[in-house]
Write a protein that binds this ligand. Structure first.
Ligand SMILES: NC(=O)c1ccc[n+]([C@@H]2O[C@H](COP(=O)([O-])OP(=O)(O)OC[C@H]3O[C@@H](n4cnc5c(N)ncnc54)[C@H](OP(=O)(O)O)[C@@H]3O)[C@@H](O)[C@H]2O)c1
Length: 317
């Protein structure tokens, strides 16, 4: 039976599809645009079943659920744009996918949540992810939820954005919020491995599993490691988040591919560490550290790619 991946053309979806195909598992990819997805999925595009659908349009989801044994639900947006809201995609989209799966008789549902997501938070992104997971948990599906901290690896959005902004900044770079926010960066390889293990491990049914790397790092330390990976230097100047807010507002208004939004700045207020790390405590894995050769990919950001991404609304990660 087929494994359906929603958001298969995205960062995690793409990596998961590639790994499942390499394992010989049948994969169906739910994507919004076949042509864009085929480009992103590269040489596995003709080895999987690609189905177009939009999680905000329930009627488009039924065809994707045919003969599916499990759904891996990845679709979510970190920034609202073009009519796509946290409510319509992250919350209602999850409701729609789960209902379509249930209607088709699919029972296994892996929901990609987020470390720190909680329905009652005042931060709209985390609240939408929290409400989505509450809906999944209240269903009678055989669900498992994963809650990773910030994910790193080639083509990641979060850490590559820092690398791109660093390349554009002369001598001085803001130490955002004094660099105090905490993260536990986790490798995309470890996250995908955990997702795939959950598929075949019924003991994870009904569990919410937090995923993190081996170290809790302050944003200041993360910035320093990225600077080191780029083999460069910057003076890190502490800047309160409140002072960055107007700058980010202007970036959002002027740049078609703005890398940050004011609602993402809010997330710095929420600790993003993982005291009970399922990678270690549940799966007995040794998580990959955010250091050395593991982050050498950050050097691959060229100035022209960066400008295309920020100013041209480039769609390829
Ligand atoms: N990346 C991280 O650091 C991180 C950390 C913790 C949790 N997560 C969670 O992991 C999941 C995957 O994240 P990611 O980094 O892989 O995200 P991503 O690269 O942005 O991928 C998300 C995918 O969702 C698709 N999508 C957006 N709106 C849609 C809609 N209305 N209908 C159908 N598809 C739609 C996008 O399609 P298009 O290509 O057409 O835009 C994109 O391919 C998300 O749930 C995220 O919250 C990510």
């Amino acid at each position: 039976m087929t494994i359906l991946i929603t958001g298969a053309a995205g960062y995690l979806g793409n990596q998961t599809a590639k790994k499942l195909v390499a394992m010989g598992r049948p994969v169906r990819a739910l994507v919004r645009t076949r042509a864009k997805a085929s480009l992103r999925l590269g040489d596995i595009a003709d080895r999987i079943d690609i189905v177009e659908g939009d999680v905000t349009k329930p009627a488009s989801l039924a065809p994707a659920m045919r003969d599916v044994s499990a759904v891996i639900h990845y679709v979510a947006i970190a920034m609202e744009k073009g009519g796509q809201t946290y409510e319509s995609v992250n919350y209602q989209g999850t409701v729609n996918v789960l209902k379509a799966a249930k209607a088709a008789g699919v029972q296994r549902f892996i929901n990609m949540s987020q470390n720190g997501a909680r329905a009652d938070l005042p931060y709209r992104f985390l609240a939408s992810k929290g409400r989505a997971q509450e809906f999944v948990a209240a269903s009678d599906m055989q669900w498992t939820a994963l809650r990773p901290s910030a994910i790193f690896g080639p083509q990641d959005e979060f850490f590559n954005t820092f690398a791109r902004l660093l390349k554009l900044s002369p001598a001085v770079f803001p130490l955002i919020g004094g660099g105090k926010a905490e993260f536990q960066p986790v490798s995309v390889h470890d996250v995908v491995e955990a997702v795939i293990r959950c598929l075949d491990d019924d003991s994870t049914i009904g569990a919410e599993l937090a995923l993190g790397g081996p170290e809790a790092l302050s944003l200041g330390e993360i910035e320093r490691r990225i600077i080191e990976a780029l083999d460069t230097w910057r003076i890190l100047l502490p800047v309160p988040v409140g002072l960055l807010r107007p700058v980010v507002r202007v970036m959002q208004a002027l740049l078609p591919g703005s890398p940050v939004s004011t609602s993402l700045l809010d997330l710095l207020a929420v600790p993003n560490t993982v005291p009970d790390n399922a990678l270690v405590n549940r799966f007995g894995m040794e998580p990959i550290p955010f250091s050395g050769e593991n982050i050498a990919y950050l050097r691959d950001n060229t100035l022209s790619d960066t400008l295309a991404k920020f100013f041209g609304n480039a769609t390829i990660n």
